[in-house]
Design a protein around this ligand. Structure first.
Ligand code: 4AD
Ligand code: MG
Length: 431
C-alpha cells in the first residue's frame, strides 16, 4: 500500500493509497459515514460505506473523535465537487491516538483562549492558510533577491548597542556585560554591502516598546536589503518592484488559501501594478490637514494618520523626505534641503499601515560622525560602523520590511498576532 499526501491525490485517481493524518470532522447518514481527514497538506473527504468494510472499520470510524490521529486506506476517486477534486473510498482504518475532547471546536472562541492554545490553534483551517501565505511570502522574498544576485548575510541577534534611536530594546546579561536583542540588522549589513555590493538579511527583530496595537509585535521578522552605490530614487524603485512582485506571487500561488481566508483579492490586484503613488512628506501633512487631522509639519505619523494616507486605489503609498529630526541618525540628508532626510515609508492600502521603512545612508565619515554626536550616541559603540565610511565610504541605500505586516495585509487580518506562528506581545509570552 502506497503512502500519499492529500495534496497529491489528484495524480493518483483510481489507485489505492494510505493517508496518515487527523480527523477534522465527521458525520454519518445511514450506511454512509463521511470523515474529513487533514494531513497538513490538505483536507480529504473519506467515505465509509458500511457494507463495503469490515465491522471493525465501521466501529472504529464511529468512535474516532475530532483531532484523533489516524491512518486510512482506500481508493482515490475523482469528485469535482470535493475541495481537492477527489475523495477516498475507505477500505481500512485505524486510530493511532484517540483524542479526548478537543479544546478548539467550530464554535466561536475569544482571542485570549485561542492565543493560550496557539499550539493547537495552528491546526485550524484559517491559521493553516495564513501560515501557507507566510511561507510563500518568505520563499518569494528569498527568490526575489537570489534572482537579482543579492547575497544573504545574516546579522547578529545579540548586539552591544541600539540601531533605531526611537525604540526600546530588550536587555540581557552577557557574561556580566549587557547585550541587547537586535531591533534591526541594518548596521551590520552596511559593511557587508561594501564586501558584496548587494546584500540582504532576514531574521527576527525585537522591539520592547510597550505598544499594544494591532500592528505591533515584540518579536517580528524583518527582511532588509542594502545596496552599495544605490541612491534614493533607485531605492524607491527597488521597494516598489519588490512589493509588487511579492503580491503578484502570492496571488498566483496562494489562490486556495486566500479563498479560505475569504480575502477579496480584487483589492490586492492593484498592488501588482507599478508605479505606486509617491507623496512628499510636506504634501502628506497638507493632505492630512485637509482631512481634518491636527498635524503640523515636523510631526511623525501614528496608525490613524497612516490609515488616512493610504491610497484609495489599493496601491501602497510611498511617503518620502521626512524631517531629519524625526528619523534615524544614519539617514542621508536631502542635498536640496538638509532638514529633510532621504527617507521613505511605504504605507499599505486598506489601513494596514507602514510595511517598509528605509533610506539612503550617510556615506561620508564627517557627516556621520556629526550625526552620532548630535544624537548623543556613545561613539565607542559606533567605531566599527564609522569604519564603513573611514575605509572607502560610498553612497548606499536600503530598507526593512516587517513580514507580519505584509502577511496581515495580504490575508486581510485584523491583528498581527495571527501572522506569526507564536506571537510575542505585551502581555503574552505563552506558549
Ligand atoms: O521602520 P523600521 O523601524 O526600520 C528599520 O528598522 C530600518 N533599520 C530598516 C532598514 O532600513 N534596514 O522597521 C522596518 C519595518 C516597518 O516598516 C514595519 O514593517 C516593521 O519593520 N516593524 C514592525 N512589525 C511588527 N511589529 C513591530 N513592533 C514593528 N516595528 C517595525
Ligand atoms: Mg519605520
Amino acid at each position: 500500500m502506497r503512502d500519499a499526501e492529500i495534496r497529491h491525490l489528484k495524480e493518483l485517481i483510481g489507485q489505492p493509497v494510505r493517508i496518515h493524518g487527523w480527523l477534522y470532522n465527521s458525520r454519518s447518514s445511514g450506511k454512509l459515514r463521511f470523515l474529513v481527514v487533514r494531513d497538513g497538506s490538505g483536507y480529504l473527504q473519506a467515505v465509509v460505506f458500511k457494507p463495503a468494510v469490515e465491522q471493525r472499520v465501521w466501529d472504529e470510524t464511529g468512535k474516532v473523535t475530532q483531532e484523533s490521529s489516524l491512518w486510512v486506506t482506500g481508493k482515490v476517486k475523482e469528485d469535482p465537487r470535493a475541495p481537492g477534486g477527489v475523495e477516498l473510498e475507505v477500505t481500512d482504518f485505524g486510530i493511532v491516538a484517540l483524542c479526548p475532547e478537543y479544546p478548539i471546536t467550530p464554535k466561536e472562541h475569544g482571542p485570549d483562549f485561542l492565543l493560550n492554545n496557539r499550539h493547537l490553534w495552528l491546526r485550524s483551517k484559517r491559521q493553516h492558510a495564513i501560515m501557507r501565505v507566510r511561507n510563500e511570502l518568505i520563499f518569494g522574498i528569498r527568490d526575489f533577491f537570489y534572482r537579482r544576485d543579492f547575497v544573504n548575510i545574516d546579522s547578529p541577534i545579540l548586539t552591544p548597542a541600539a540601531c533605531e534611536g526611537t525604540s526600546t530594546l530588550f536587555e540581557t546579561d552577557y557574561f556580566g556585560a549587557t547585550a541587547f536583542l537586535s531591533q534591526s540588522g541594518q548596521l551590520y549589513l552596511e559593511p557587508a554591502a561594501a564586501a558584496h555590493g548587494k546584500v540582504f538579511c532576514f531574521g527576527p527583530t525585537f522591539r520592547a516598546e510597550k505598544s499594544k496595537t494591532r500592528r505591533h509585535l515584540m518579536e517580528f521578522w524583518m527582511v532588509e536589503p542594502e545596496v552599495a552605490w544605490m541612491r534614493f530614487r533607485e531605492l524607491l524603485d527597488l521597494a516598489e518592484e519588490f512589493v509588487s512582485s511579492l503580491v503578484a506571487r502570492v496571488l498566483d500561488r496562494c489562490k486556495l488559501e486566500l479563498e479560505w481566508l475569504e480575502r477579496d483579492v480584487a483589492k490586492l490586484e492593484p498592488a501588482t501594478q507599478r508605479p505606486y503613488p509617491r507623496l512628499d512628506y510636506g504634501d502628506a501633512i497638507v493632505k492630512l490637514q485637509a482631512k481634518g487631522y491636527a498635524v503640523t509639519f515636523g510631526d511623525d505619523f501614528g496608525g490613524d494618520e497612516e490609515t488616512a494616507l493610504s491610497d484609495e486605489t489599493g496601491k501602497p503609498t510611498m511617503i518620502t523626505r521626512y524631517p531629519a529630526a524625526i528619523k534615524a541618525f544614519y539617514m542621508e540628508p536631502d542635498a536640496a534641503d538638509p532638514t529633510r532626510a532621504l527617507a521613505v515609508d511605504m504605507i499599505a492600502p486598506e489601513g494596514y499601515g507602514e510595511i517598509i521603512g528605509g533610506s539612503e545612508r550617510i556615506g561620508s565619515y564627517e557627516k556621520l560622525e556629526q550625526r552620532i554626536r548630535e544624537h548623543g550616541l556613545p561613539r565607542e559603540a559606533f567605531e566599527w560602523y564609522l569604519d564603513v565610511r573611514r575605509y572607502g565610504g560610498f553612497p548606499h541605500s536600503g530598507f526593512g520590511m516587517g513580514i507580519e505586516r505584509v502577511v496581515s495585509w495580504l490575508c486581510g487580518l485584523q491583528h498581527l498576532r495571527e501572522a506569526i506562528p507564536y506571537p510575542r506581545m505585551l502581555n503574552r509570552l505563552y506558549p
